[in-house]
Design a protein around this ligand. Structure first.
Ligand code: PBE
Length: 305
């Protein structure tokens, strides 16, 4: 008993000392940088000024570098990795109840698995009203009208994609999850393939990046093209740059992973005269900086503190 209360006193004293040290620090060194008055460490210190990114070719990486510039976050670093490495870090930090900041996007299974929030982006660095487009090589329309018409019709919702993503996250193989979704939603599949004339074994190449959203969509397209329309499909998993280059130079027939108008604006600007944009296969998608809901900030501007 006695020992414990002594300890409490010491801890209390340390708290007071830390608090006063903080206060004197902010009074002298900060010029105009308002302190929020709490004794807690800034979010920057808590996460080592690191934003957990994904593969360097992703549009969200470019947008995040821009956010670092536009919001004046010069002491922050954007960590390169992959979608899988990012979700692994997220899982680990959530388990330890630690703060973490990631580059995130919707649709993604992480929003149904965890309680997460987007940081507000008052400068709109991550854009507004983003869509996922299907983009084909020039000439596909004439060469493979069946595949072209199907790809052109293909449009679905984030909830539908979420069903495949969640099944994969829970351990299903991507091709099995896609097959099951197609079997469970014959009406949807039939809308997309109605009256199309199947081919017999024509080859078709799709490109995509190993982002969870694109793994889901590409596996579904591959399944339908193969099982319902008679194609032999190769789905090339590449980086974002080669994904676009392949379609632009005709090595690849199509990709369903073009995030526009902002996320892949650079690629689109570069290749717009060489590709055939079939329009949105999903609307209302989003990218940004994401934190677990227990992290006590709401806006990208709060990262400055
Ligand atoms: N993403 C998912 C991609 C597009 C799809 C948001 C990570 C990107 O940033 O390029």
């Amino acid at each position: 008993m006695k020992k414990q209360s002594k300890w409490l006193m010491l801890v209390g004293l340390a708290g007071v000392l830390t608090l006063s040290a903080c206060n004197s620090g902010s009074g002298s060194a900060d010029n105009g940088n308002t302190e929020n008055g709490s004794s807690a460490e800034s979010i920057g210190k808590q996460v080592n000024h690191e934003i957990i990114g994904i593969d360097p070719g992703a549009g969200i990486m470019k947008a995040t570098s821009k956010a670092i510039e536009e919001y004046g976050l010069s002491d922050w670093k954007l960590i390169e990795g992959s979608g899988a490495a990012m979700t692994a870090t997220l899982a680990k930090d959530i388990k330890a109840k630690k703060p973490v900041i990631i580059t995130g996007w919707t649709p993604h299974w992480m929003f149904s698995k965890y309680d997460l929030k987007y940081l507000e982006d008052p400068k709109k660095v991550y854009g507004e009203a983003e869509e996922i487009h299907t983009v084909a090589r020039q000439g596909l329309k004439e060469d493979e009208p069946t595949a072209y018409e199907f790809l052109d019709r293909f449009e679905w919702t984030s909830d539908e994609m979420g069903e495949i993503m969640t099944a994969i996250e829970e351990g299903a193989k991507p091709e099995d999850a896609a097959k099951k979704w197609a079997e469970d939603h014959p009406d949807r599949v039939n809308e997309w393939i109605k009256d199309l004339k199947p081919v017999s074994g024509n080859k078709l190449k799709l490109s995509y990046v190993a982002w969870d959203s694109e793994i889901a969509s590409t596996n579904l397209l591959q399944y339908i093209l193969q099982e319902k329309l008679g194609y032999k499909v190769t789905a090339l998993q590449v980086e974002a740059g080669p994904m676009w280059t392949g379609v632009a130079n005709g090595d690849v027939d199509a990709t369903a992973a073009a995030w526009l108008p902002l996320t892949h604006a650079d690629y689109m600007d570069k290749y717009k005269d060489k590709v055939d944009d079939l329009g949105a296969n999903m609307t209302g998608v989003k990218t940004g900086l994401v934190v677990p809901s227990y992290v006590d900030i709401n806006s990208i501007e709060d990262l400055k503190k």
